[in-house]
Write a protein that binds this ligand. Structure first.
Ligand SMILES: C[S@@+](CC[C@H](N)C(=O)[O-])C[C@H]1O[C@@H](n2cnc3c(N)ncnc32)[C@H](O)[C@@H]1O
Length: 255
């Protein structure tokens, strides 16, 4: 099945150039991804091809005008849901990428200037933000959403396991540490367990590492998954990671 994505932007080349490279290029060549880029200026009705205007009530900068956007959204290439990229949207997460990868397609609307006229925001099926910061335009955000989604499609990555084992995917934890050659580098050795050939023990150790890393770096993710279980506490104990358990709030154990 092909995921059909339409992007509405005033900078089509920005999107097209990136799409031709690496993972997204491969997904397109394999007909797993089909991206149509619509140039918003093609939907204007004045000689200057205007797509922005000053805000009512005053204030700095210009806003994206609703009419060209509404005309673009009526284009037959537009696939619903329509998603406006905006700092006021819900924060994009791996689980959203998974959900989008299971759709037939979707449309991404890129803002510029001071953003959208509020009626554009209302017309979108949903708004997505890629984080609590402000970009100059929605194009990078659109590419972030497309790449995070397309790499989850079957056949895009060389090894399907890699997407399954990554951060946020498994047990909603961060990924465990990974090593390649050399075995010893500047006094730092690859953990012995990874050389043991005991796959069950490797899996257990990796799981403990995922827990440890997430507890240390992203306690918010631990809270979002409802804490850690008794078995997980025991696993951390087994590897001697008791210190991190002592720093945890009691409620994080209740899972
Ligand atoms: C300069 S921003 C507008 C910011 C807007 N005035 C505000 O304060 O929320 C211009 C455009 O960049 C895009 N953009 C900026 N930051 C973004 C983010 N964190 N996530 C998604 N899109 C973003 C949106 O499409 C937005 O319309």
């Amino acid at each position: 099945m092909t995921l059909r994505v339409t992007v509405v932007t005033i900078f089509p080349k920005l999107i097209e150039q990136y799409l031709n490279s690496s993972v997204l290029g491969r997904a397109t060549q394999r007909a797993l991804l089909d991206v149509t880029v619509l140039d918003l200026r093609s939907y204007t009705d004045d000689p200057r091809r205007s797509i922005d205007d000053s805000p009512y009530g005053g204030g700095p900068g210009m806003l994206m005008m609703p009419e060209p956007v509404f005309r673009a959204l009526a284009d037959p290439h537009v696939v619903r849901p329509t998603i406006g990229l905006s700092p006021i949207g819900a924060t994009f997460r791996q689980s959203d990428a998974v959900a989008l990868s299971q759709l037939d397609g979707f449309t991404l609307l890129c803002g510029r200037y001071e953003g959208f006229d509020a009626r554009i925001e209302e017309a979108c099926d949903r708004l997505i933000s890629i984080g609590d910061f402000v970009l100059a335009g929605g194009e990078l955000a659109a590419l972030v959403v497309i790449e995070a989604t397309a790499r989850l499609l079957n056949g895009v990555l060389g090894n399907e396991e890699s997407a399954r084992e990554e951060s946020f995917a498994m047990d909603r934890l961060l990924e465990h540490p990974q090593y390649t050659r050399p075995r010893v580098l500047g006094g730092h050795e690859v953990p012995e367990v990874l050389l043991s050939g005991d796959h069950e023990e490797v899996d257990r150790w990796r799981y403990a590492q995922r827990l440890l890393r997430t507890l240390e770096r992203r306690p918010d993710l631990i809270e979002a998954r409802g804490g850690i279980s008794r078995e997980e506490v025991e696993l951390l104990h087994r590897y001697g990671y008791d210190e991190v358990l002592q720093t945890m709030n009691k409620e994080r154990f209740e899972r």
